[in-house]
Design a protein around this ligand. Structure first.
Ligand code: PAF
Length: 286
């Protein structure tokens, strides 16, 4: 695996390796876990060349302290990527991606407004802008993102469609710890008690899904189920719970198969998000 920090070195690698075939891109912010590696392995299986990026994108952090405390360990991440079969790692300094005087931004409309967008002003503008930059730099055939960030995935798909990007966006399933906690770099911020408490997100989502499978169709009742499970965990401070339409991300009155159950919950210093898709009645887990 080659490790580079500049766009010039990235372009040189892209030119040198063209004959190796299609390119899969796995954008990350680093501090990798099995979830990231599952994206990498899928990219490896589907492309002749695989590149990953590690860039804690300042433009998508609404709080400077969140960016400053974002966990980082490039040597550890590089070893994991190498092991998973990555060909190139681009880990640039911020100045390589945002030139002085940067003033062009990608704004995704209604899809970026609710949920994470409402709680983290400017977040999706930062995400869409950096992802479009990475698409411009790499011109990948496929790009891989986790379903854990369901709204991010929806925003990126819409940006690709609206801006005619010739890339296939591949959404990959959420990987979970044995107690159901979705894998996330932010889990590293949890102390032992908080880590034990953090399983409450999946328990709350699962309880709402079980209520749906048992015949409940009122979206507000499903939200209430999630809130009440969360209320049973003193270390959990919910920001929102949602039962949303999968295409528009607007809140539903009546739940339906395919709807997205989601939540953002603060546990200690970690702001955690998670989601489940409502399965067809009597169907398997989403
Ligand atoms: O999901 C992430 O890690 C980031 O939002 C992404 C897609 C790498 C953009 O910075």
């Amino acid at each position: 695996m080659r490790i580079v920090e500049s766009l010039a070195e990235t372009r040189a690698w892209l030119a040198e390796t063209r004959a190796a075939g299609e390119l899969g891109l796995v954008p990350t912010m680093g501090y990798l876990h099995e979830g990231h590696l599952s994206l990498l392995r899928r990219a490896r299986a589907e492309n002749g060349r695989v590149a990953a990026t590690i860039f804690a994108n300042p433009a998508q952090f609404d709080k400077p302290e969140d960016l400053a405390s974002y966990p980082r360990d490039i040597p550890r991440d590089a070893a994991m990527l190498r092991e998973a079969g990555c060909d190139l790692l681009l880990a640039p300094p911020p100045g390589e991606i945002y030139l002085p005087g940067h003033q062009t931004w990608v704004e995704v409309g209604d899809l970026a407004a609710p949920l994470e967008g409402a709680h983290r002003p400017g977040h999706f503008r930062g995400v869409a802008t950096v992802v479009l930059k990475l698409f411009g730099i790499f011109q990948p055939d496929r790009a891989y993102f986790g379903q854990k960030d369901a709204q991010q995935l929806a925003v990126i798909r819409r940006m690709v469609r609206d801006l005619n990007q010739p890339v296939e966006v591949v959404g990959c399933p959420t990987l979970r710890e044995p107690d159901g906690l979705a894998m996330s770099s932010r889990n590293a911020r949890l102390g032992p008690e908080e880590r034990a408490a953090a399983g409450v997100l999946f328990r709350a989502l699962s309880a709402a899904r079980a209520a749906w499978q048992a015949g409940e169709t009122e979206a507000e009742t499903l939200r209430r189920v999630m809130r009440s499970v969360l209320a049973g965990e003193p270390l959990a401070e919910p920001e929102y719970v949602s039962v949303a339409d999968p295409l528009t991300l607007t809140e539903l009155d009546r739940a339906e198969a395919g709807a997205i159950l989601s939540m953002a919950v603060n546990v200690g210093r970690a702001r955690l998000i998670d989601n489940l898709i409502l399965p067809p009645r009597g169907g398997a887990a989403g």
